[in-house]
Design a protein around this ligand. Structure first.
Ligand code: 6PG
Length: 262
């Protein structure tokens, strides 16, 4: 196992999801602490799904918990399912149980997506208004998250940016409420330009079924119709993949620029 460099991204490959979560927790805690040294407030966009559970649990425990200046950290979400915050499918609920309820973060620093609202479009408008209020006065047309966490689906979706979705063409909105045919439901999601303006993006992926998409995304060649996860190319160039061995099993040596021991 080791750390590899591929086209414009760093790959941290570990044996298990637990090990990858441990490495990711160290990286996230240090990254937030570094940014807190130069900025009065720091921002983190959380991912949903199941894979980040052990990462969030590690961030809420030592030695990482004491590294993070929780009172200056603002939490946002990259995407959310259109369900109430206490619903088992809620990304907020997952983060609340594994992280937020276990760390001293002020309630006003937790910027949840209002996904329980009956009108997803209205929920997206409200969240965009909250982001614009938070980032008022900062230069540029887009918010600049210090750190964004993302997962990846076997079909190449990330956050709630799904293959073939018109939301991938978004050039002005910060938050969208696409209808996902495959899920027969709406989702709330930050848009591609927002992710690509982030100072740093970290993907966490595990499991055999993710191997083909991880290979496609880390190979760098996006082909003629890139998948959503392949469109995550932050201007800063800082992308790190934390992977378990199963998810990394198809990454070929020729796709890798350099390797070093873990
Ligand atoms: C969500 C996510 C989504 C997730 C992938 C991977 O709300 O579902 O944000 O993009 O990261 O679907 O999900 P798993 O981690 O459960 O495989």
């Amino acid at each position: 196992m080791g750390t590899m460099k591929s086209v414009g991204m760093k790959l941290v490959i570990c044996g298990t999801l637990e090990e990858a979560s441990e490495r990711a927790a160290g990286h996230v805690a240090r990254a937030l602490a570094e940014r807190a040294a130069i900025s009065p407030r720091i921002t983190l966009a959380l991912s949903g799904g199941d894979t980040p559970r052990p990462l969030y649990a590690r961030l809420a425990s030592e030695p990482f918990r004491e590294l993070i200046p929780w009172h200056r950290l603002h939490l946002f979400w990259g995407d959310e399912r259109c369900v109430p915050p206490d619903d088992p499918a809620s990304n907020f609920r997952m983060a609340e149980e594994t992280l937020i309820s276990r760390v001293p973060i002020p309630a006003e620093n937790v910027h949840r997506m209002p996904a329980e609202l009956s009108e997803p479009g209205h929920a997206a408008d409200l969240y965009e208004a909250e982001l614009r209020k938070f980032w008022i006065g900062t230069p540029g047309d887009w918010p600049r998250f210090d750190l964004v966490l993302l997962g990846i689906g076997a079909d190449g979706h990330t956050a709630s940016l799904f293959p073939g979705s018109s939301v991938l063409e978004e050039t002005t909105r910060w938050v969208a409420a696409p209808y996902i045919d495959r899920l027969k439901s709406h989702r709330l999601t930050l848009t591609l330009p927002v992710f690509n303006c982030a100072d740093e993006v970290c993907f966490l992926a595990a499991g055999d079924e993710k191997a083909p998409i991880v290979k496609a995304v880390t190979a760098g060649d996006r082909g003629s119709s890139p998948l959503p996860a392949q469109l995550i190319r932050p201007v800063s160039g800082r992308v790190t993949f934390f992977l378990d061995a199963d998810a990394a099993r198809l990454i070929e040596k020729r796709d890798v620029i350099s390797t070093q021991s873990a």
